[in-house]
Design a protein around this ligand. Sequence first.
Ligand code: SF4
Length: 373
Amino acid sequence: MKYLDEFSDPVLARRLFDEIRALTTQPWSLMEVCGGQTHSIIRHGIDQLLPDEIQLIHGPGCPVCVTPLETIDKALEIASRPEVVFCSFGDMLRVPGSGRDLFKVKSEGGDVRVVYSPLDALRIAQDNPDRQVVFFGIGFETTAPPNAMTVYQAKKLGIGNFSLLVSHVRVPPAIDAIMNSPDCRVQAFLAAGHVCTVMGTAEYPELAERHKVPIVVTGFEPLDILEGIRRAVRQLEAGRHVVENAYPRAVQPEGSPAARAMLADVFEVTDRAWRGIGMIPRSGWRLSPRYRDYDAEHRFSVTDIDTQESTVCRSGEVLQGLIKPHECAAFGKQCTPRNPLGATMVSSEGACAAYYLYRRLQVPTTQEASSVG
Ligand code: SF4
């Protein structure tokens, strides 16, 4: 398949593995930011074929996984209301809130619908003027532009029964927070190529310089990832720390000006809590005052949310790269994709789901298991 097969070529992959091996003289820890990259790495066994000195740390770039529990609980409360049609992408329906999920709300009679675009939700609002239609807008810089455009369209067309439950997050502040953590082991980042397709690369040089960390914009196919690793290791071995674009077929330095303009019109930057990680300053977007009437939190006044995280789930440590999924005592036992205890087991981009799906089923040692609170 064009643009896929040539980026999985085994001969070229072997050459890149050889180059990485030849470059590597000491241990290095690299973080791939995006959950899509994590799945590609685990699926193709890239981490197992790298030199022992190269450790890949799986980052927090899974939108479903980092959506705060409080926001999930707000979604559950709004979706339970009889006047509401609650629309979402399918992977949010099984994300556990405090005790239940959107599937449970649906089974109890809530009008919860899976859609494939926020514009589908807008169409439902147009077709059902007597109902309140809410779209669950989560994700990174990649999903924010179409959600922004949908709110823009709703306002332009005067569709007043549509609103957005917003939980958008931004990658650069997360990189900053990871580097500021006292437990940080990351020495280089593979930045998410699709995020940079939208936002460009302008936000990264300052981070690379301040934290003395190489940042390589990387794609998602095996050769993309290997080339990102090769460039990151080459910088580390040379003592350099700059931003490189290893995904030029998709990423321009300026990103997509049209998408960025839409984001700037509809959203404003805000502090945002990340599930399992906590509050990260200026790491999210919310609707700007001009579009506040389309904010579902504002419209439905969902307050007094009492959240309760699973006491077993260690997804916060997984999301910060502090443990591998199979080091959680619940992995593959109480927690599976059919019965997830945490969001990282639900999402198709979650690290726990990737380890389960691709059979990384090593059980933790007794000592690791006993440390679970
Ligand atoms: S395996 Fe399940 S319980 Fe353990 S960290 Fe992952 S999602 Fe949480």
